[in-house]
Design a protein around this ligand. Structure first.
Ligand SMILES: O=C(O)c1ccc(O)c(O)c1
Ligand SMILES: [Mg+2]
Length: 628
C-alpha cells in the first residue's frame, strides 16, 4: 500500500506515512520540483524511512502528437527517465493527453507507447498508462487498456484509478476483463457526489475510500478479481488534507485501505486479500453511558442541570468519586476524580464529556477490529476489583468504551446502587413521563478532521452516513455529518470559522469533542411541562421563528402556541416529525437537548439549527451595562 500527496513538507509527510504502516509512496513530480533536495537525496530520504518509491507521476501530454511535438515529447520522457533513475523509481505514470494538438487514434497512441516502452526497457524502467476522466481522446480505462494491449510491449501496462472510472460513472465490472498482470498500478480515491467539473472535483474533493460516495468497494473487488497483485495506492488531492495534520491524514488513509480490503474479502470471500484476520464490523446497540469529567467545585452546575432534567442519582462508584445519574435508559456519570484520565481531561478542557460508552454485541470483537484499523488503546487500567472495559481513543482525545452483555454487570460490580435515596429528586424520575435514552451525541472538531472521524465510526461499525449538511451560524459556516450505526447516532460538526459556536466551543474548551448530548422522549410536551416544574430553563427561542413555522408547515395555531410557550423547535420530513428542546449552555459551552422523533423522522433538525445557534449566540452575548 502506498500513499499519494498532501501539502506539507516532504519529511513531515514521510514520517507520518511510515508511522501509519504504509510500505511505499508515489512521488508527485510537483513535490519533487518544489523540494530543494536532489532526486537522489529524495530517493534516499524515502528509503531511510523504510519506504519504497512505487511510482513517479505524472508524465503529461505524451501520446498521439504530430511532429515536431511528438519528438519533443520523447525527449521530455528521456529526461524524466534520468530523474527516475536518480530517484530510484522504476514505474512512471503517463496520464492521457489533454494537449490541444493531440490527434488521438488508438493505433497511433499504441505505436507511441511501444516506442516509449522500448526506451524504458533499455533502462530497466516501466511505463503505466492512465485514462484521465477529462482526457482529450482517452477518458475511459477500456480505451487506455486497448492502447496498452495493442502496444504489446512488456514494459507498458495499464494504471487504474478509481476516481477516473467511478467519477465518470463507468462500470467497474469491466475491469474484470483485463489481465491482472497487465495492470501495473492501482490508485484509489473516493469523492463526495457533488455535481461539478470533473477536473476541479478531482483536484479538490478526492478523499479516502469510504469517506465519499463512490463505490470504491466494487472497484477494488474488480481489481482483485482481475488478478492484480501490486500496490494499492491512495491518490488523493484534497484541500482539507493539505490543511490537516499529516499524521491524522496518513493514519486515516491506512485505516481506509484496511477497511476497504476487509470489506472486499467479506463481500466476495473467494477473493484473496493480504490482510490478517480480524472481526467483522457490527452495529452499535446504544449509548450505554456518557461520562463528564469535572471537579467538585465545578460539578454543581452540571449536577443542578441534571436534576432539572429529572435525572436521579442511581449509584456511586465503589472506589472513585463518580456519581451515576439516570433517567429512562439514559445514564450520565459525573466524575470529580483528582487523578487519572478524567482529571487530565478536566484540566485540559474544563467540564467536558471525557468518555462515551457504546453497548455493542461483542466488546472484545469491536475492540479487536478497532485495533486492527489503527485505533489507539486508551484509558486508565482498571482499579482493584473493577471491571476491565476495553477503551479506544476517540474524538478530541476522549475515551470510547465498549461494553456488552457478556461482561458482568458494570453497574452491579463497580457501583453501589442508591435506590430512591438519590437526594431530593430520587424517586421522581420514575414518575416522570417520556424519557427513553440517549438519542444522539454531537461532536465538534476542526473542519479538516471531519472526514477522518466519520471514517473512524463507519470503519469500526456497520452504519450509514447521511449527506453532509451546511448549517449557517451567524459567524460562519458549520458543516455537519450525521452517522448512524444501529442504536448509535452521532453528529460531527466542523467549522473553519473561529467565531461560530462550534469554533468557539473548540477554542474555549481547548479541543473538547462532545458539545451536546441529546436525550429522547416519547412525549415532548409532557416532558417540557415536567422539566419546567423541576426548575429547568429552556434555551429561549425567538418569536419570529414560530410565526414562520405556522405557515411553513401549515400548523394549527394552538399547536404552534404549545411549542412557542415551551421553546420547542419543530421539523418534519417525509416520514415523520421532530421536536427539539434545548438547555442553556453550561461549562465551556456544552448543553443538553431533549428530542422526540415521531413516525421514523430520520434527521436532526438541520433546518432549525440556524435559529438555535442564533438563540445561543444571544445568550452568550455580553450584556451591555447601562450607565457604564
Ligand atoms: O489531476 C491530474 O492531473 C492527475 C494526475 C495524475 C493522476 O494519476 C491523476 O489521477 C490525476
Ligand atoms: Mg490517477
Amino acid at each position: 500500500m502506498a500513499v499519494g500527496r498532501s501539502g506539507r513538507t516532504l519529511e513531515e509527510k514521510l514520517d507520518a506515512i511510515a508511522a501509519a504502516g504504509f510500505d511505499g509512496v508515489e512521488i508527485f513530480e510537483q513535490d519533487l520540483l518544489a523540494s530543494d533536495r536532489s532526486p537522489a537525496r529524495v530517493g534516499r530520504l524515502v528509503r531511510d524511512h523504510g519506504l519504497e518509491i512505487t511510482l513517479f507521476q505524472p508524465f503529461r501530454d505524451f501520446e498521439g502528437l504530430p511532429e515536431p511535438l511528438r519528438g519533443r515529447a520523447f525527449a521530455r520522457a528521456k529526461r524524466k527517465f534520468d530523474v527516475m533513475a536518480e530517484l530510484g523509481a522504476d514505474l512512471v505514470l503517463v496520464c492521457s493527453s489533454v494537449h490541444p494538438e493531440a490527434l488521438g487514434g488508438i493505433d497511433r497512441c499504441a505505436d507511441d507507447f511501444a516506442a516509449l516502452g522500448e526506451i524504458a526497457a533499455e533502462r530497466g524502467l516501466r511505463v503505466g498508462y492512465e485514462a484521465l476522466a477529462w482526457g482529450r481522446h482517452v477518458d475511459d480505462h477500456r480505451d487506455a487498456w486497448e492502447i496498452v494491449r495493442r502496444a504489446g510491449h512488456p514494459a507498458v501496462g495499464l494504471i487504474l484509478d478509481s476516481f477516473h472510472t467511478l467519477g465518470r460513472g463507468l462500470d467497474p465490472e469491466t475491469i474484470r476483463r483485463i489481465p491482472g498482470d497487465r495492470i501495473f498500478f492501482v490508485q484509489l480515491a473516493d469523492a463526495p457526489r457533488i455535481p461539478m467539473d470533473l477536473l476541479y472535483w478531482s483536484r479538490h474533493f478526492r478523499c479516502m475510500p469510504g469517506e465519499g460516495d463512490l463505490d470504491v468497494g466494487a472497484f477494488a473487488r474488480a481489481v482483485v478479481a482481475a488478478g492484480y497483485r501490486g500496490p494499492l495506492s491512495l491518490k488523493v488531492f484534497n484541500d482539507e488534507f493539505r490543511a490537516g495534520l499529516p499524521s491524522l491524514v496518513a493514519r486515516s488513509g491506512h485505516r481506509a485501505l484496511v477497511d476497504l480490503m476487509d470489506r472486499v474479502r467479506r463481500a466476495e470471500p473467494v477473493l484473496r486479500v493480504d490482510l490478517p484476520d480480524f472481526p467483522p464490523p457490527a452495529p452499535v446497540d446504544r449509548v450505554a453511558f456518557v461520562e463528564f469529567a469535572t471537579s467538585r467545585e465545578a460539578s454543581g452546575e452540571l449536577v443542578g442541570l441534571l436534576d432539572a432534567l429529572g435525572f436521579a442519582e442511581a449509584g456511586r462508584h465503589r472506589s472513585k468519586p463518580v456519581r451515576r445519574f439516570r433517567r429512562g435508559d439514559a445514564d450520565v456519570l459525573v466524575n470529580t476524580a483528582t487523578d487519572g484520565f478524567a482529571h487530565a481531561a478536566y484540566l485540559a478542557h474544563g467540564t467536558c464529556v471525557s468518555e462515551i460508552a457504546l453497548a455493542v454485541p461483542d466488546a472484545e470483537a469491536a475492540y479487536a477490529r478497532g485495533i486492527a484499523l489503527g485505533a489507539e488503546p486508551f484509558g486508565d487500567p482498571p482499579g482493584p476489583g473493577e471491571l476491565s472495559i476495553p477503551g479506544l481513543r476517540g474524538v478530541g482525545g476522549s475515551l470510547l468504551r465498549l461494553v456488552d452483555r457478556k461482561g458482568a454487570d458494570l453497574w452491579a460490580i463497580d457501583f453501589e446502587p442508591l435506590d430512591g435515596g438519590g437526594g431530593a429528586t430520587g424517586d421522581r424520575a420514575d414518575e416522570s413521563p417520556g424519557f427513553l435514552g440517549v438519542d444522539h451525541v454531537a461532536q465538534t472538531m476542526p473542519y479538516d478532521a471531519m472526514l477522518s472521524w466519520a471514517l473512524f465510526y463507519t470503519a469500526l461499525f456497520t452504519g450509514d452516513k447521511a449527506p453532509m449538511v451546511d448549517v449557517a451560524d451567524p459567524h460562519g459556516l458549520v458543516r455537519s455529518q450525521a452517522i448512524r450505526s444501529g442504536g448509535l447516532r452521532v453528529t460531527l460538526n466542523g467549522s473553519q470559522a473561529p467565531r461560530t459556536l462550534a469554533g468557539r466551543f473548540l477554542s474555549e474548551s481547548f479541543g473538547a469533542a462532545t458539545q451536546h448530548v441529546a436525550i429522547s422522549t416519547s412525549d415532548i410536551l409532557a416532558t417540557a411541562n415536567d422539566l419546567v416544574a423541576r426548575g429547568f430553563s429552556a434555551l429561549p427561542i425567538g418569536q419570529n421563528y414560530y410565526a414562520d413555522l405556522e405557515v411553513r408547515f401549515d400548523l394549527a395555531p394552538s399547536f404552534v402556541d404549545a411549542l412557542r410557550t415551551r421553546d420547542i423547535l419543530y421539523d418534519r420530513d417525509d416520514a415523520g416529525e421532530y421536536f427539539q428542546l434545548y438547555s442553556c449552555p453550561f461549562g465551556d459551552g456544552s448543553f443538553f437537548e431533549i428530542v422526540e422523533r415521531r413516525a421514523g423522522y430520520a434527521g436532526y433538525g438541520a433546518a432549525n439549527a440556524p435559529f438555535r445557534l442564533a438563540a445561543q449566540k444571544r445568550l452568550s452575548r455580553p450584556v451591555s451595562m447601562p450607565g457604564r
